[in-house]
Design a protein around this ligand. Structure first.
Ligand SMILES: *Cc1c(COP(=O)(O)O)cnc(C)c1O
Length: 389
């Protein structure tokens, strides 16, 4: 097949003229930040997920940081997350003074395993951060049972799972199984605001805390002030941050939300095409779907037995790159990062299922803008690249 003119990355955004017009309109308006688009975006998030409250922030990482902080957990306590995630899911625990612990993944879903969580709980454990890996939702019912029994909070890192569904068919982010859900709107994610993130919750107390922490811990709300000497007055009541999203980002998010259904539909089509081909190739495992059609598929991760096919992953990635195709590995297990090894003494072998997964993982291109030609091209090139030479 003929090589397309453009490089095909593993993921990319879809921006159309409606998005561009929305941002230009904000640029011409009175508010570039702290204007009406933030609340509008938050309302769209509530409406879509079914959560009572949403707080838009500057990134998914900021969302995770504020989510952990808002729980008011004492420094020195512990939180448990998955080793197969982006570093932010664990870093947010350290930001809040907690010790990051990990529980190994389920070998089929690549999400944190509730039985492994049980084994890692100590007297100091206070929170579980689940990651809906690649869009596949973790076993929230089982995790909620563990959390309830041990009096733990749950934060869902749903950076991969805008539009995914739980086993009960309701939408991720409604916080039926957790205290808070976190989203990221980085350009590789399902919808984008350039940089951006959000937290949803049904808990009013947590919502108010998040709002406060997002803007320096400052409030001007007359009901919350300890005194009120005049119109200039505000109070800093907590040590907060400037983690605000701006109106250009929020308006882009609103516009992107209108296309989310279309984005997910296209992602699923491509996944279907990939599955048809790759399920028949020896040495390859296609993504497992616990409930067919429930994952919004942020990533398409193949498990490839590189020993069996007789080629290294580096070689396969390089060969594909020469043919104009980007691939990536999601993720290097967090506990193997030098900082984590040095600071907490983690090492290879601590989470054997995660280590084994990592050795075989390869994410191939998946984004709604891929044409049928692109998909066919990627399939034929990957078949080639996996052939013994
Ligand atoms: C992208 C991502 C984040 C971080 O989001 P940013 O918006 O880039 O800060 C956190 N967790 C997971 C699982 C992610 O994929």
């Amino acid at each position: 097949m003929k090589k397309p003119n453009n490089f095909i990355p593993y993921g990319r955004q879809w921006i159309d003229s409606d998005d561009i017009k929305a941002v230009i309109d904000v640029l011409k308006s009175d508010y570039l930040t702290q204007g009406p688009k933030i609340e509008e975006f938050e309302n769209a998030l509530c409406k879509y997920t079914g959560a009572k409250y949403a707080v838009a922030v500057s990134s998914g990482t900021a969302a995770l940081h504020l989510a952990v902080l808002s729980l008011g957990i004492e420094r020195g306590d512990e939180g448990i997350t998955s080793p197969i995630t982006f570093v932010s899911s664990a870093n947010c625990l350290i930001y809040a003074g907690l010790k990051p612990k990990f529980a190994d993944i389920d070998e089929r879903t690549y999400c944190i395993d509730s039985d492994e969580i049980k084994r890692k709980i100590t007297k100091k454990t206070k929170v579980i951060i689940t990651v809906h890996f690649a869009g596949q939702v973790a076993d929230m019912k089982a995790i909620q049972r563990v959390a309830n029994k041990n009096n733990l909070f749950i934060i869902e890192d749903a950076s991969h799972a805008v539009g995914s569904k739980y086993a009960d068919k309701s939408r991720v982010g409604n916080c039926r199984y957790s205290d808070m859900t976190v989203f990221s709107f980085h350009p590789v994610k399902t919808i984008t605001t350039g940089e951006g993130g959000a937290i949803t919750t049904n808990n009013k107390r947590l919502y108010q805390k998040l709002i406060l922490l997002r803007t320096h811990g400052i409030t001007k709300d007359p009901k919350k002030l300890s005194e009120n000497p005049g119109p200039w007055y505000y109070e800093m009541q907590e040590l907060g941050f400037n983690y605000r999203m701006n109106d250009m980002q929020a308006t882009l998010g609103i516009s992107q939300f209108r296309k989310l259904g279309k984005f997910i539909k296209r992602r699923k089509e491509i996944v279907g095409q990939y599955n048809q081909v790759f399920k028949n190739i020896n040495g390859i495992t296609i993504p497992f779907e616990k409930n067919k059609g429930f994952s919004a598929f942020h990533l398409y991760v193949l498990q490839i037995d590189f020993k069996k096919i007789g080629k290294t992953r580096t070689r396969v990635m390089n060969d594909l790159k020469i043919e104009g195709i980007g691939t990536q590995v999601h993720y290097i297990p967090v506990h193997l990062q030098p900082y984590y090894q040095k600071s907490f003494g983690y090492k290879k072998g601590d989470f054997p299922v995660a280590d084994k997964y990592y050795d075989k993982a390869l994410s191939i291109p998946l984004y709604p803008k891929m044409s049928n030609k692109d998909v066919e091209y990627v399939i034929s090139q990957i078949k080639n690249a996996l052939k013994r030479t």
